[in-house]
Design a protein around this ligand. Structure first.
Ligand code: HEM
Length: 476
């Protein structure tokens, strides 16, 4: 099995550089990072011709890079498009801002995300979840990854843009997925010398035009007299009107918020339900808590839910299969980072997956063990599913509240088991850990008869599953 080294300080003097193919990272980020970590320890560079990617794997280096947003800039969107283009405006949200501008805009965007504000979305989340559950049929198999994506797109549309504009909001949500995908594909092309990525640039510009035009429609609608509501866009408009921010500037914030919110939450929900289905003992304990009424008062549970098993389940799920598996920065000036000399604008990759799978921080790191959280308190740079430092995810409280509302609702009504013999493959695409090929789950009325199913696929290289969850065919 391809696992990171236990000894994390292998660097002994020669530069920790591997000459290889950058394409290897694009093709399978986790396998590539594990290999670099094994070869070099906490910091490594992958170099091809004049291009290099630098990787950091330790909490200390995470701290150094993530806590200093003046020196280490976000490079989420490597391609910004021509000045005055729709693409330029769409990529001008928080994720591209740095330094003082980032600090100031983040304060504006943060207001609607405060813990005391987000409770107003609870009813919307509950009713949209119930609509999905009403359509599920016991005795059928569904793709849980797809179900969670559609659910989160609907919830995000409603929270961000208001239920009265659901149709256009959903349209925006659907347009965002290919836009994010092409964007990421091209941004990797910017440092890959061999691939012919540019034909998709025209496609990206055209997608951006259509996307921006629909977002502007929504902003204009909300700005009409009497149309402001409690949705996030309305709150942003109220806040921004006091500071004179234009519709075009709002476009960037809206695009980032929508993209950041729905994909990560959908992936986390899908992986969590998969892990629960494959760990019947944990599922049984959670079900007992559910029957005992621990989740009947959801809003109380969000704040004080730290002692509840669901809280530990989510922490552990986001540790072992983090939706956001890596992210990037670039250095604003030439500098030394550990043993490496970095020219300005070097791509520096930090990885939630790699740090959170370190055996020195999390013993038996590939085991899904929610109860480990009864005795550990990792630092923000050891456990960072929502990032860390000045760019810490703004939506974390909302995401946790959403997931803690949805999961008990699903588990009260249905028992989900992974379709026996399914191939489960986790691959990082656009920085996010996706179940490629979906998560096929059998739906039954909830009867508490939990059992793991044998599955195969690369999931067994990412985590350890109980014996019953191994496909015999694959093991033979
Ligand atoms: C389980 C769900 C989520 C996960 C795992 C997640 C993860 C992350 C991570 C890792 C970052 C930092 C990226 C970096 O440092 O490069 C981030 C930033 C961000 N997230 Fe989330 N996120 C989630 C949900 C949400 C939601 C629901 C929203 C908003 C509705 C949101 C809005 C943002 C924003 C605006 C940023 C940028 C903050 C900044 O640059 O100052 N996220 N998220």
């Amino acid at each position: 099995m391809d696992r990171p080294a236990t000894d994390i300080s292998l660097w002994t003097g020669s530069p920790p550089i591997t000459d290889g193919r950058l394409q290897d990272f694009v093709a399978d980020p986790i396998a590539c990072m594990r290999k670099l970590h094994r070869e070099h320890g906490d910091i490594a560079a992958l170099r091809e011709s004049e291009q290099q990617l630098v990787f950091i794997f330790s909490p200390e280096l995470n701290h150094q890079v993530l806590s200093d947003s003046k020196l280490f800039h976000s490079r989420f969107f490597a391609l910004r498009g021509p000045k005055k283009s729709a693409l330029r405006r769409l990529t001008s949200g928080l994720l591209t801002m740095n330094g003082d501008e980032h600090k100031q805009q983040r304060r504006l965007v943060a207001a609607p995300f405060e813990k005391r504000t987000i409770g107003v979305y609870h009813d919307t989340i509950s009713s949209l979840t119930d609509e999905m559950l009403d359509a599920w049929q016991p005795g059928t198999t569904l793709d849980l990854a797809q179900e969670m994506t559609v659910l989160m797109r609907r919830i995000t549309s409603s929270i961000l843009f208001g239920a009265d504009q659901m149709e256009i909001a959903l349209e925006i949500g659907e347009m965002l997925d290919p836009w994010v995908e092409v964007n990421h594909h091209l941004s990797l092309g910017a440092f890959l010398p061999t691939e012919d990525f540019m034909p998709r640039y025209e496609e990206l510009l055209a997608l951006a035009e259509r996307l921006e035009s629909r977002i502007l429609d929504l902003i204009r609608f909300r700005r009409e007299a009497g149309k402001l509501g409690s949705d996030l866009l309305s709150q942003l408009i109220r806040g921004h009107d006091q500071t004179g921010v234009s519709n075009e500037q709002l476009v960037g914030h809206v695009a980032v918020l929508f993209g950041a919110a729905h994909m990560t939450s959908a992936l986390t929900l899908g992986w969590t339900l998969f892990l629960l289905a494959q760990h019947p003992d944990v599922m049984r304990s959670l079900f007992r808590e559910l029957l005992a009424g621990a989740y009947d008062e959801p809003l109380a549970a969000f704040d004080s839910g730290k002692g509840l098993l669901l809280d530990r389940v989510l922490r552990e799920s986001m540790r072992v299969l983090p939706a956001s598996s890596y992210s990037q920065r670039s250095n604003a000036v030439p500098m030394e980072l550990g043993p490496l000399s970095l020219p300005r604008n070097t791509v520096i990759i930090f990885s939630q997956f790699m740090t959170q799978h370190r055996p020195d921080l999390f013993p038996n790191p590939e085991t899904f063990d929610p109860d480990r959280w009864l005795s550990i308190t990792p630092s923000p740079y050891e456990y960072l599913p929502f990032g860390a430092g000045p760019r810490l995810c703004l939506g974390a409280p909302l995401a946790l509240m959403t997931m803690k509302s949805i999961l008990p609702r699903i588990l009260r009504r249905y028992r989900l088991s992974v379709a026996a013999g399914a191939e489960i493959t986790g691959r990082v695409v656009s920085t996010m850990l996706n179940p490629i090929g979906g998560l096929p789950m059998e739906v039954a009325r909830q009867d508490g008869r939990f059992a793991a199913s044998p599955v195969w696929g690369n999931i067994h290289t990412l985590i350890d599953l109980p014996e019953a969850a191994h496909e015999r065919r694959a093991a033979a």
